[in-house]
Design a protein around this ligand. Structure first.
Ligand code: ADP
Length: 371
């Protein structure tokens, strides 16, 4: 069922609803040493000092959780995935971002290897996205079986895009380039005009979309990674539930948006030996990620000082405009920051941990979307 729609979700936050301040959940994942960096034994640039803290160069950082190299995909999913699904089922917009330098494990963490993404439920390296959707469909079934007094009808509609050089491409129909972001006047939700939307009914439908979209994503070989991501990549699922009370015939609708966002490599892109398209691309990656970093700084300052939210600049970058709901807006957010243990990545790791620390200070205001 393929549809192209220009409309954003019709159900928004109830005007009278109280917004709950919700802190960003920040989890740092340290990937195992790998052959690219010539690591034979785990080196010691990073040290996990407790379940939720790390130390680097004698400096300590505390987050919600630290996953070390021994953490499997399933173990990593457990504290992050089920809460995201529960929030979405409760009508709260929820997002997961992966942030980190190229080669630190963002793609592995969010999607897993493509071969493991393809719907085989036994594949042990599946990333957050396939595990989240498997959990979502199983929870939907449970909810439908649990409530005998209600008829619960769920619909899940997905879209997949990337932002490359400030241009939005539809990853489910890559001929659609340079799509525009619009804002719905009624609900104040942003949406991408003409983006392909696909209804999904089971894990295998999602797996097909993931495989198709990831194959269309812009990647490039760099010294850090043979398959480096040069674009920001956003998988969105709108989950709508209609609940009909079988006794009194009353009806309610809840709707939430789940965003899975895999950001381009956060390392400072080198402009020196780049030319032509690569130079433009490097400049755009730097600009959009530093715009994101500045936004996080502003939001963290607002959250810490309790100042009014005003003059938050969202529209000067496609990434920020599209993700404004997730950052400082109406959404629960988990930020996964991936780092390499390697001594040679020390300065990028430190910069990722500092970014993670600032993100931790941001408070979103999540409201149930209900009609
Ligand atoms: P990024 O998306 O940040 O550029 P990748 O996810 O492609 O990085 O990871 C780089 C390499 O490290 C890949 O070969 C990936 O399979 C491997 N890798 C990353 N994280 C882990 C992990 N936690 N466990 C095992 N292998 C990992």
């Amino acid at each position: 069922l393929k549809r192209k729609l220009d409309v954003s979700p019709a159900v928004g936050p109830r005007p009278e609803a109280e917004a709950a301040d919700s802190g960003v959940q920040v989890v740092v994942r340290i990937r195992p040493p790998c052959s690219v960096e010539g690591e034979e034994a785990p080196d010691t640039c990073l040290c996990k000092t407790s379940a939720n803290s790390v130390a680097i160069q004698g400096q300590g950082f505390t987050f919600d959780a630290i996953a070390d190299a021994a953490s499997t995909q399933e173990e990593f999913f457990t504290p992050v995935g089920p809460p995201l699904v529960e929030n979405c089922l409760a009508g709260l917009n929820s997002s997961i971002f992966t942030y980190g330098q190229t080669g630190s494990g963002k793609t592995y963490t969010m999607w897993g290897p493509l071969s493991a993404t393809s719907g085989d439920s036994m594949a042990c390296e599946r990333g957050l996205a396939p595990l989240v959707f498997e959990h979502l469909f199983s929870r939907i079934k449970q909810e439908q079986q649990k409530h005998k007094d209600k008829e619960l009808i769920y619909s899940c509609t997905c879209a997949f895009l990337d932002i490359y050089n400030e241009q939005i491409t539809d990853l489910l129909d890559p001929m659609q380039k340079n799509l525009q972001i619009r804002e719905d006047v009624k609900t104040a939700c942003v949406y991408v005009e003409s983006l392909t939307k696909e209804s999904v009914f089971a894990m295998k439908d999602v797996a097909q979309l993931l495989v198709k979209g990831l194959a269309n994503r812009r990647t490039e070989s760099t010294s850090a990674n043979a398959d480096s991501s040069r674009s920001h990549c956003v998988f969105t699922c709108v989950i709508k539930s209609e609940s009909k009370n079988l006794e009194d015939g009353s009806n309610s609708i809840r709707m939430s948006r789940m965003n899975l966002v895999d950001l381009a490599g956060s390392e400072r892109q080198k402009l020196t030996h780049a030319a032509g398209d690569r130079l433009k691309e490097a400049g755009n990656i730097n600009r959009s990620l530093s715009a994101l970093g500045n936004l996080i700084n502003i939001l963290a300052e607002i959250s810490q000082s309790g100042k009014q939210r005003q003059h938050v600049p969202y529209r000067n970058s496609k990434l920020k405009f599209l993700l404004q709901e997730s950052l400082g807006g109406n959404a629960m957010l988990a930020m996964i920051c991936t780092v390499s243990p390697s001594e040679s990545c020390k300065s990028e790791t430190l910069s990722t941990l500092r970014f993670a620390q600032r993100a931790k200070a941001v408070k979103n205001r999540a409201v149930v979307n209900e009609e």
